[in-house]
Design a protein. Sequence first.
Length: 339
Amino acid sequence: MTNQALSTDNNAQETAWLIGPRTLPPPAGASDLLRDAIANTPQPDPAVMQIEPKSEAEWLEVIAQLDEGKVDMARDISEQFSVSVEHDTIEGVNVYHVTPAEIDPGLEDKLFVHTHGGAFVLNGGEAGTIEAMVIAHLAKVRVLSIDYRMPPLHPAPTARNDVMTVYQHLLKQRQAQKIALGGSSGGANLTMGMVQHLIDLGVDIPGVLFLGTPGADMSKTGDSYYINDGIDRNVVTYDGFIEATVRLYANGRDLKDPLVSPLYGDFHGFPPTFLVTGTRDLLMSNTVRTHIKLRQTGVVADILVYEGMAHADYMADLAAPETQHAFAELNAFLLQHLQ
């Protein structure tokens, strides 16, 4: 660490506010469903996130434990929504074709390419299709979900390379302006980095991006990393497991390298972008800062900030009015901007 960085850290500590204990009631301004769900959630405990595997074997064991039950959940959602999910490979990359029971007539010839979230290490295989099915069902669009390779076996830039392989294959079959690209959290991070890479290479970019609570800056820079620490009921805290997964993914790179934190890359030339976050989201600052930077570079960008929502809470209760509204708005955004 440089002397300037040390000085900056010391100054931050000296001028930091020490906020005393406060009472946080369930969000009165949220829908009844969301408010009741939060009221019935035990207070988040940052201690449970203090998981820092030390070896490849330990990482694989922890990942398997955290992913347990997700395939069953995915299959239940598939049956509930009558969404078909078919496994395939595209140039060696695993993908899933996700087809809803109803496709919006205006999106009949469009495709949503999905990059799943999961802190860069979770939701591999069929588990990664949960969000893809929600998008397919509620936004009424065909989805191709990419099962990109992940750490500990495959650190950055393997995931981006897998997405690039699939995307360039798709460009042989359809125009880029008929493709939307996106996902939540780490998947949104991948989406942003992918578009920056496409622009650098001079490759046609997708017509629309979806950035759900994006992991745009993984260096723990931003107010909400501190304000919502211990409040976000899904991620809880950056310290411990999340920081460990970020460093594993980064594979020795600086955490402000745009490959790891695309917020520090160039946004010029980005397509219309749709962003979602909530007031209790640990990554709310990531989402807000991304939106502002997009607008400052002249990009069409819409942001939805929901009262009381934690990280990716629009996936927690699919019947919640906030979830229904978010994906109805995504549907309208796709109809407006995909050609």
